[in-house]
Design a protein around this ligand. Structure first.
Ligand code: GLA
Length: 382
């Protein structure tokens, strides 16, 4: 069943009435620019067709009632009971109410039915999709008049302060602001955005997403420790953020860190920022060979300098390249999840088959694959 119909039915079962509306907010894939967002740098994500769907209706009291179609579970709480540092699927929703109220927005209770087809823990921003779909719905239901970038920031606040994950702004900005047929260039310091046309199939290429199905349970702690390394490196270099380290004479500049790990972490971020700018130029020139080379260089940097890849994603990238991909890289926070493969259309089948064979040969379960086309960002469906 379509997820918009699924949430409509679930809402009716929860409340006995029709919702005030149905909203959708997508997951995202990051084309390039990994672990740069919290360093005030650059990112280049695009929205996926996979999304979170929410049927929502206002309530006159201060209660929140929510049903998850995917889990078959219900949750209920009062607005005055919300407190940060919560676990569980409903924390992403409760956190949005909390963030809106904390920012002074007059938001009341709501009945909600949620469903999502964004794979969980795959590096495709399933949590940002949930946060963004609710911000979108409450903004409409309560006439809050919040601009799209501020909606993204409030969704991020729910993630950082309520759920307790110290992430950057990329995922929520992508879900809130992306448009179909474009990648979103975001400067995470100025928050300037540019929609860059991205239609690889018009140029005989496609982005194949390979979900390795590897999920790393220590990813949260590793993410936080990368962030700390970056902050320490910026402090030692005397700059507000690693964004401010140019890549001229990089080896010399980073040598003052006098610590091999810090040097490699900082080198990843500084070179990755430049790769995002170069990737924007490649997109504008429809130069898929250049884009592919930048993606592969990004993967090597994540593998060797930032140390956030793991054997399944490395195997996927190596196999794709050995079978003629233009480029390949892991996407998202790291330690598993998805690889993006950029390849000519006539190579896709061979590359997909080779990756499946490599997984079978090494005793891994078959990866899930799909071709990703840049989809629309968050919005109201009905
Ligand atoms: C996660 C975070 C983002 C970003 C990426 C890495 O997806 O939520 O803010 O830091 O990891 O690029």
């Amino acid at each position: 069943m379509n997820l918009d119909l699924a949430v409509l039915e679930a809402f009716r079962a929860l409340t006995g009435i029709a919702p005030d509306g149905i909203w959708r907010a997508p997951g995202r894939i990051n084309l390039i620019g990994e672990h740069t967002d919290y360093n005030d740098g650059f990112v280049l994500p695009f929205a996926l067709p996979q999304a979170a769907y929410l049927a929502a209706g206002r309530r006159d009291d201060a209660r929140i009632r929510v049903v998850s179609v995917d889990l078959g579970e219900r949750f209920e709480t009062g607005l005055d009971e919300l407190a940060p540092n919560q676990d569980g699927w409903h924390a992403y929703l409760a956190g949005v109410f909390w963030a809106l109220r904390e920012a002074g927005h007059e938001v009341g209770g709501a009945d909600l039915a949620l469903a999502s087809d964004v794979p969980i823990g795959a590096g495709l921003s399933s949590s940002a999709a949930i946060e963004c779909v609710l911000v979108e719905a409450l903004n409409d239901l309560y006439d809050l008049g919040i601009e799209p970038m501020d909606r993204a920031k409030l969704a991020r606040r729910a993630e950082n302060a309520y759920v307790g994950a110290p992430t950057g702004l990329m995922d929520q900005a992508a879900s809130a602001l992306c448009t179909a047929g474009h990648a979103l260039f975001l400067d995470c310091r100025s928050l300037a955005v540019e929609q860059i046309p991205f239609d690889p199939e018009r140029h005989g290429h496609a982005v194949l997403v390979v979900d390795t199905l590897t999920r790393h349970s220590h990813a949260d702690g590793e993410y936080a420790s990368r962030r700390e390394d970056c902050e320490r490196a910026a402090e030692l270099l005397g700059v507000p953020a690693l964004r401010d380290v140019g890549d001229d004479d990089l080896a010399e500049r980073l040598a003052v860190l006098a610590d091999d790990q810090l040097i490699r972490r900082a080198r990843h971020v500084v070179t990755e920022d430049q790769r995002v700018l170069d990737a924007c130029a490649a997109l504008r020139a429809d130069d898929f060979a250049a884009l592919g080379a930048l993606m592969t260089a990004s993967h090597v940097s994540m593998r060797d300098d930032y140390e956030i890849t793991e054997p399944s994603v490395d195997l996927t990238v190596e196999t794709a390249l050995a079978h003629g991909a233009a480029g390949a890289r892991m996407t998202g926070g790291g330690f598993g999840g998805c690889v993006l493969v950029l390849a000519a259309l006539d190579r896709l089948d061979e590359i997909g088959a080779a990756i499946r064979a490599a997984f079978a040969d090494s005793g891994r379960p078959a990866p899930a694959t799909f071709v990703a086309r840049p989809a629309a960002g968050a919005g109201r469906l009905a």
